[in-house]
Design a protein around this ligand. Sequence first.
Ligand code: UD1
Length: 457
Amino acid sequence: MTLQIRIPYLAARIHPRTYYPHRHVMDKLVIRGGHPLQGTLPVSGSKNTALALMSAALLTPEPVLLRHIPDLKDIRTFCRVMERTGADVTFDPVAHTLRVDAGPLSRTEAPYELVKRMRASFYMLGALLGRSGEARVSLPGGCAWGPRPVDLHIQGMKALGADISLEKGYVVAHAPKGRLTGGDFTLSPSSVGATINFLLGAVTASGRSRLHGAATEPDVVEFCHMLTAMGARIDGLGSRTLLITGVDALGGVSFDNCPDRIELGTFMIAAAIAGLPEQPVTLTHARPEHLGRVFMQAFEQTGCKVRVDGSTVEVVPPRVLTPVSIATNVYPGFPTDLQAQWTILLACADGNAKVLETIYHDRFKHIPELRRMGINAVVVGNEVVVEGGNPMEGTAVMSTDLRASVSLVLAGMVARGETHVLRIYHLDRGYERLEQKLSAAGIDVRREPYDEWADPA
Ligand code: UD1
């Protein structure tokens, strides 16, 4: 009895958010809608590319310096995953630099406790096999928006010569002679993650490899540039067929991460819905060509004008947005990571349009939350039909995953009254200092702690 009372009490004093028995304190964003987005929004370094670059740093015992690494929860999680191998990892969140010194690795494991927090930890399979010829990596498990298999990652490693078994939720892999041999593999469907894992294994294999159906997303191309700078031999960069000639060892490198294309697309949509008509909103540190032509075309068809000057993008919203239907697809198709945000743009447009999801058929967890705000959006199979022009009203809504959460923030910016976006730990995985960036550009938004288990007042 004494223990039951005292331990939570003491623990609560150490870390009240986690241990207090009747409280579950989290952060939320409170947005007061109707304030126009004006001025400048800087785009951070790409989260998804950074995670791939970080895994490549494990392939060499020499020091690696990565620049433009965003300060995000996923990045910190992956630092911890890398540290488990014995690598020396130093992240400077202010300078946005990350140093990795993966001299001799003491462990070749990625445990469930870390992999379950972030699926990209599965890159450790290719990184450890490529570096040490062995790996024990937890299977990632489920995902908020439906099944996300890793079968292609595993088959790719087998094609490169790995022996693989599944033991108690872990993929246990080793290269029979201590080094992968290389081999041919076809990805169907195309997969960003499986392409990255295959390359991680193939670049130091003893022979040649060929990957058909490789993903051509900018994240993959930037990752290949880094590998090449480390001494890897990859032909066909940016094409669907990659030819990899294994090398004996890779060297250290200093490499610049690219800007986040999904954050850029999110900010362009924010400008379209919350900017003042005919007034430019400026987005800096961007690489607009990474968004792909389909997004750009659809965006301009809504009536927004886009002016690009090097790494600066100016968006000039029209008086009335034209609804434009989209279908997600692999690059250079419309990114699946921007469809939830596009739904908000359609809700602000004059007419009806559809969002068709061809990559993750169940990725619509945000729709019931948006409906609570007055958006008329209906899911039919893998499609959402959105009726534009209905007034939105602020209320409490729940984040379910990263891109879903940012769509709730966008809705809050144009809704009447206050929107409380709960459980923003999802948002913190992938948007750096979002509320600070938005409030510097005129949006009334603040972060507040709240008790998830509190009874209503
Ligand atoms: C990456 C991005 C994610 C984005 C997604 C699609 C990172 C960290 N994440 O995720 O933000 O939403 O690309 O652009 O970069 N598939 C299989 N078997 C596999 C692997 C994938 O069937 O072994 C299928 C998936 O179910 C999906 C499709 O392939 O239908 C594409 O998924 P994939 O490109 O692998 O996504 P991720 O790399 O996990």
